[in-house]
Ligand binder design. Structure first.
Ligand code: FPP
Length: 284
């Protein structure tokens, strides 16, 4: 088990007064000592949001970018240390029409251009994960610059998963680990879970406590496969462009009502037999 203090390098400051009245009302119901450390979101439904309004898909993505800004700033105000958003998967890159992929890339670049000042003002640190070396050079360049510019911010770390796939992350981790084992001449039976964790893109952050998916689909879609082993999942019917900070807070309220057992026995789990050897086993 990794000590939790290892991940608490950033201790974001609270700015509750900057929440909207609606957000403050939900925040007031939360237990501040039980806030999740890491929330991950599968942002889904941009296309359907647009289709419902007889608009082109790109309008849905544009509204989706506004939702990214608003949700991230609410996360910063409540002092959420880690927020990870699935913005563009490897499969999106391979399977979407070129025009849509190209639009998403331009939108990402414009988002970073237009939001750098807001990230500075909100003390947000920007990071990214995925096979980002396959993205257009000017987008990579912008991502690197914003990451460097915000590296010293101590508030919420906003991580965008871009050209990301959970299985390819594991392939990259296993390749790196195999190279390390070979270099150190270690036998494979020495490999531990911790070794694999160390080579993930997310090695520097705790696993998500809460995974939110918008638009009602009950799928993981190749997102953070290793990291969500014990993550609580919250699915909302709301399409991503309509998702706001208040909905993040509602998801956190739902999360706080759950009991996390990590494979153990919960508070209502019943009595444990003192002497299990006395119990006669009948299997029919
Ligand atoms: C899923 O909706 C969303 C995406 C594939 C891209 C996510 C992009 C954004 C939220 C906007 C840009 C983000 C940033 C950070 C600037 P979908 O197109 O799969 O929707 P559908 O399932 O209804 O078709």
């Amino acid at each position: 088990m990794r000590p939790i203090g290892e991940f608490l390098s950033s201790s974001p400051s609270l700015r509750i007064d900057d929440l909207s009245a609606e957000e403050r009302a939900v925040y007031a119901t939360l237990k501040p000592e039980r806030l999740p450390q890491h929330v991950a979101i599968i942002m889904d439904g941009n296309g359907r949001w647009a289709c419902r309004r007889s608009l082109k898909r790109f309008v849905g993505h544009q509204q989706g970018a506004k939702a990214v800004q608003q949700v991230t700033e609410t996360a910063a105000r409540i002092g959420l240390p880690w927020l990870t958003l699935y913005a563009f998967s490897l499969e999106n890159n391979l399977r979407r029409p070129r025009a849509e992929v190209s639009f998403l890339m331009r939108l990402l670049k414009a988002y970073l251009d237009n939001n750098l000042e807001r990230m500075r003002n909100n003390n947000i640190r920007f990071r990214y994960i995925g096979r980002t070396h396959d993205l257009p050079a000017e987008v990579q360049d912008k991502m690197r610059r914003v990451e460097e510019d915000t590296a010293r911010n101590s508030g919420t770390t906003l991580t965008l998963a871009l050209n990301y796939g959970g299985r390819s992350e594991l392939v990259d981790a296993f390749r790196a680990l195999a190279a390390e084992m070979k270099h150190k001449q270690l036998s494979p039976d020495r490999i531990t879970e911790e070794d694999i964790h160390r080579h993930l893109y997310t090695a520097h952050m705790p696993d998500p406590d809460l995974l939110i998916r918008t638009s009602g689909e009950q799928r993981i879609s190749n997102f953070l496969l290793w990291q969500i082993a014990y993550t609580e999942i919250f699915v909302t019917e709301r399409y991503w462009p309509d998702f706001r900070g208040v909905h993040l807070l509602e998801a956190i309220a739902d999360f706080q009502g759950r009991e996390r057992r990590y494979g153990g026995i919960g508070e209502d789990g019943g009595e444990v037999e003192d002497d299990p050897d006395r119990i006669r086993i009948a299997v029919n």
